[in-house]
Write a protein that binds this ligand. Structure first.
Ligand code: HSE
Length: 326
């Protein structure tokens, strides 16, 4: 318990998964955040701040509480009573990795609270086991672009620095789509042609992102494994996938399991407003309202801040004031 803190604050990024062809394999962290404060307590108190976490359980069935207990169990310590505070900008169940950020934030906070006995790799293995795919959790944990694979036992990853000119436009529809439902529409078997299509495109995309070949992204982000089946769940997605690169996007994809649609954009582009209007109007024609946000890749992954006794006197919102989006 040496080096342990009484309370810690972690800042954890949202993420997008798949980037088109890299199903369950590619993830990128985004500069939209959740903050989790965690400390030892006499009695468990779980508090949420902000609109994005409405309806999340605030008792010991809470995911953050349960994940923290897994860390303590793995480390061989016992801390059943906790203070947990959370503020999140990441919309729930929209394909921006909100559950992955909660898992990663809880793992990092609980580990820091007991003096960080678990390595980043151990946290990654635990997070992947909980999410069942490493793309979102890898990005939230390590930041940047993460290329990862999980064989059901171990996850491996390589982190790639995102290209400096990459900006991200997300159109977040005003409806929720569970990952379970979006995975439920996928066929259990795929043709060899589709497999070859995706291996080729995903490999090309990673190579393009590693070498700065932004011109190759439009072609490389195409997918045959999941988006064609998920298009029916997000009306307008098919048209946006087909046309966004003619409207100023470098490439376009469903973000994770959706319903958010994500476009990669060259930040020097003069066509940003045109692209944004196209995505919003296309969804609106299908009767879907959407909020757009211009984001950047997050390069840090989860960040842990031990709190001083002075910090502890402030509320969570006071501590993160100036960092949260308006
Ligand atoms: N790779 C996953 C999917 C992301 O597309 O189903 C969802 O978390």
């Amino acid at each position: 318990m040496e080096n342990s803190s009484r309370k810690v604050l972690v800042k954890v990024p949202a993420s997008t998964a798949n980037l088109g062809p890299g199903f369950d394999t590619l993830g990128m962290a985004l500069d939209l955040y959740a903050w989790i404060e965690m400390g030892f307590a006499e009695q468990t108190v779980i508090e949420f701040f902000g609109d994005q976490v409405k309806g999340v359980p605030a008792d010991k069935s809470n995911l953050i509480y349960k994940v923290a207990q897994m860390v303590f169990e793995r480390a061989g310590v016992s801390h059943p009573e906790l203070y947990i505070g959370m503020y999140s900008e990441i919309p729930l169940t929209r394909g921006l990795g909100s559950s992955a950020s909660a898992i990663v934030g809880a793992l990092a906070a609980a580990n820091a609270l007991i003096g960080s006995p678990l390595s980043d790799d151990e946290l990654f293995q635990m997070a992947t086991g909980l999410e069942q795919h490493p793309d979102n959790v890898g990005a939230s944990l390590f930041g940047g672009l993460v290329v990862a694979f999980w064989d059901g036992t171990r996850a491996e990853h390589i982190r790639v620095e995102p290209h400096g000119q990459l900006e991200v436009l997300v159109a977040i529809p005003h409806f929720q789509l569970s990952t379970e439902k979006a995975r439920g529409v996928l066929p259990r078997e795929q043709s060899l042609e589709n497999a070859v299509f995706n291996v080729g495109h995903s490999s090309l995309l990673v190579a393009a992102l590693c070498t700065g070949r932004l011109d190759m992204i439009a072609c490389a982000m195409k997918d045959a494994l999941h988006q064609p089946y998920r298009a029916a769940l997000v009306p307008g997605l098919g048209q946006i996938l087909a046309e966004a690169t003619d409207r100023g996007a470098l490439g376009v994809a469903l973000s994770g399991a959706g319903p958010t649609i994500l476009a990669l954009v060259d930040r020097r582009s003069s066509r940003k407003a045109e692209l944004e209007r196209f995505m919003v109007d296309t969804l609106r024609k299908e009767g879907i309202d959407a909020t757009t946000m211009w984001l950047n890749p997050d390069k840090h992954g989860v960040q842990v801040h031990p709190l001083t006794p002075e910090d502890e006197r402030c509320t969570l919102l006071e501590k993160i004031k100036g960092e949260v989006r308006a």
